[in-house]
Design a protein around this ligand. Structure first.
Ligand code: FRU
Length: 326
């Protein structure tokens, strides 16, 4: 039997420094373990769009069969991704989009829907009355734009709800710690903060606490990760009221990439669904994710065993050949 063809997959990641991206990478590696013939190359752009463009050029030069990309900002990354696509190299957009239709497949959540679902949840939580502050993700990144759009749209349907203030961030907690205090002092009557991810939500909580507002202000985040300081734990500890699940999609991205490379049918748009995680279902979510994690560890152990057995078998074969030749 002919060995499977070798493929090089390049992954241009906007940042690799947080738990959500680590979960994405873990999912990718788990799925990649089924394709040992794949050479997987990750480049971390560290939130720098110029660096990301340069790294995609490097991947092109090194020679890749497929590009997976999570665009730091939509506009600056669009031309280089179009160039890759136009050279006939398949492109899988993962989570953060470009502005272009020139890509082979998309894997990720629908961020307009995430914002919209958050808006309706907030309306319900506040009894359709109150003042809301929004902490946005980094300007120019597609999830920030889309989450805001969906959220504002949903709130607009409730005349008693008002979006009174917005704070920009760079997706990381320190930016909230720096910018939110002044905004909250200017709007001390705020009832709820919607933060575009759970790291920002935790930062918002810490600011509220500092200002003595943590009892008055409710907080809703996005991501819903398991693990320490993840959204599930924040909900469980009562630090935030709710989080909107936003799956990293690492497994799905590799699965889609392999279908494309092996020329088997695939979907162009692979939308991962969202849901509200709050006090009513957080325990179930926690148990489910823990179970999943332990099953993944089992799979890893089985794979290690399989590799060991293969190695033992291969060396036994060699002994047999040597004996037969003697
Ligand atoms: C991780 C992250 C998540 C967020 C996503 C949006 O890097 O900031 O917290 O949901 O990126 O692309």
């Amino acid at each position: 039997k002919a060995p499977p063809p070798k493929y090089v997959i390049g992954f241009s990641q906007c940042t690799n420094g947080d738990a959500w991206r680590q979960a994405m990478l873990a999912g990718m590696k788990k799925e990649l373990s089924f394709y040992p013939e794949v050479d997987f190359r990750l480049k971390d752009a560290k939130y720098n769009s110029a660096l990301q463009e340069q790294q995609i050029r490097e991947l092109l030069q090194e020679g890749i069969d497929l590009l997976i990309v999570s665009a730091n900002e939509t506009e600056p990354i669009t031309p280089i991704v179009e160039e890759v696509y136009n050279r006939g190299i398949p492109v899988v957009i993962l989570d953060r989009r470009t502005t272009s239709k020139l890509y082979t497949a998309f894997v990720g959540g629908n961020n307009v829907e995430v914002g919209h679902t958050a808006g309706n949840y907030v309306a319900n939580l506040l009894g359709q009355r109150g003042q809301v502050l929004e902490v946005l993700g980094a300007p120019g990144s597609s999830p920030a734009t889309d989450r805001h759009q969906g959220f504002a749209q949903a709130l607009a349907a409730y005349p008693g709800l008002r979006l009174v203030a917005q704070v920009n961030s760079n997706w990381e907690r320190p930016s909230v710690l720096a910018r939110l205090p002044a905004m909250l002092r200017a709007h001390p009557e705020v009832d709820l903060i919607f933060a575009h991810n759970d790291r920002l939500a935790l930062g918002a909580y810490q600011v509220c606490k500092q200002l003595g507002l943590d009892r008055e202000v409710k907080i809703v985040g996005v991501d819903g990760l398991p693990g320490p300081r993840g959204g599930i734990e924040l909900v469980q500890d009562g630090i935030i009221k709710a989080t909107l699940l936003y799956s990293p999609g690492g497994e799905e991205a590799i699965r889609t990439a392999m279908r494309i490379l092996r020329r088997t049918p695939f979907n162009k748009e692979n939308i991962l669904s969202t849901m509200v995680i709050d006090s009513t279902n957080v325990l179930t979510m926690k148990l489910q994710t823990e179970k999943l994690a332990s099953q993944q560890q089992d799979i890893q152990r089985q794979q290690q065993l399989l590799h060991q057995q293969r190695a033992t078998y291969a060396s036994q074969q060699t002994v047999l050949y040597v004996l037969a030749a003697a």
